[in-house]
Design a protein around this ligand. Sequence first.
Ligand code: ADP
Length: 474
Amino acid sequence: MKPVKLRTKLTLIYTGIFALLLAGTIASFYNLFAYQLNKDLTEELGERAVAVRNFLRLEGDRVRLVYDATDPDVAYFVSLATRYYQIYDIGSGKLIARSPEMEATGFQYTPDEVRELVRGPRLSGIETEQVSLLVHNDLIRSAEGHLCLLQVGVSLEPKNAALRRLLQVGLWLIPVGLTATVGLAWWIGGRALRPVLDLASAAREISISRLDKRLPVRGAGDELDLLAGTFNEVMDRLEQAVRQMKEFTASISHELRTPLTVLRGEAEVVLSKPGTASDYRRVLESQLEEFEKLSQMINRMLTLARAEAGQITLARDSVCLADLAAAAAEQMEPLAASKGLSLTTACEGKVAVTGDPGWLERAVLNLLDNAVKFTPPGGRIEVAVRSENDTAVLEVRDNGMGISAEALPHIFERFYREDSSRSRAIEGAGLGLSLVEWIVRQHQGRVSVTSRPKQGSTFRVELPLADGPAAQPD
Ligand code: ADP
């Protein structure tokens, strides 16, 4: 089944609601009007009945109306009130007198009906082909003392005609109103949905090769602007993720190609001429080293990929950052010494943080490894841990080659390596600092760097203290 368009749905909903409201209003208005007309008519009939009863004198079968005929108001009222009346003798059930208009209808009760009416309600109805009347029943006495039934009536025709007319108008109003509503709702729906359609067509233009495109934000500050804004934010993140993926793929290819070319070259050279067992051994040993570096790089890449995919859960132990940094420095000491670097530590006291000791050690080792790599022989490396207010601070400082201002904002990005010829000559895949940043972020901390070329770099890691400011050095 073809899905119903939102515009059609909105039109149907608006029209349905309006139809219900219109029908309800017309029905309520009709009932209220009918009730009011009935009330007025009943009151008027009551007044006429009282007047007829007061002005009428019954002597035998002769009826006289006694009133001030010089007063035009009274004369008019009496003529109205006596338009429909009839009098029956209750004892015999015979008709004694009636108005000419009543006589013209030819309507007459049987004696039994007359007795029935005396016991019945004060108001009743008379329905003939010519007229339909609301009748007021009353008892009067003739001059001779006979008890008689006096009926005074009023025509229901004006009331019925008014209600008929109202119903006609209402029945016309429904189709006319509904047609107008359908048109209006269709138009409003179209106007309301236009920005949505605009957004859809703008979104259609976005493709993997055109990720820089954004949805237009109209500046109305409404829900659609919010939608477009949120979509654009998602696109920003997506664009960044795709860019990183592209860089990642390009970097992987680049990083893997160089060692593979070297390995292949070596193998080709060895195979091109006959060699001794020791030649082969030397080449294989050199290749083993390259294989080791390759597998290290792949391991780092996998770790980072797993970390960023949220597949790694960190322990939440209480860790003394000072002890941990001192132990890491001790591990790096032989490497630093072999490069002629002095590695000093200032990690006294207890600086407790909550986290995963293995991962924290890895972060410190990565920072130290960089300091060793990027500091020329004779240089100095210092590791310091202290607490500042409620923050544990770890600093790895070196007086090595430093980082250029252009490179500084990028060094925590995956595969980023400074492009200077000296940096390039130093081994690395540009993954170490990404991992440090991820580890620190997972511990609710932050890592920053200050560095000047040829003067050295200071990496500063800030982590929340385990017990807040209470965990001061002892
Ligand atoms: P890698 O060390 O494997 O190249 P990293 O992510 O650890 O990758 O570092 C990224 C880049 O940041 C390095 O290539 C280097 O250019 C720069 N860098 C990191 N640490 C230092 C440091 N202590 N001194 C100078 N440059 C550094």
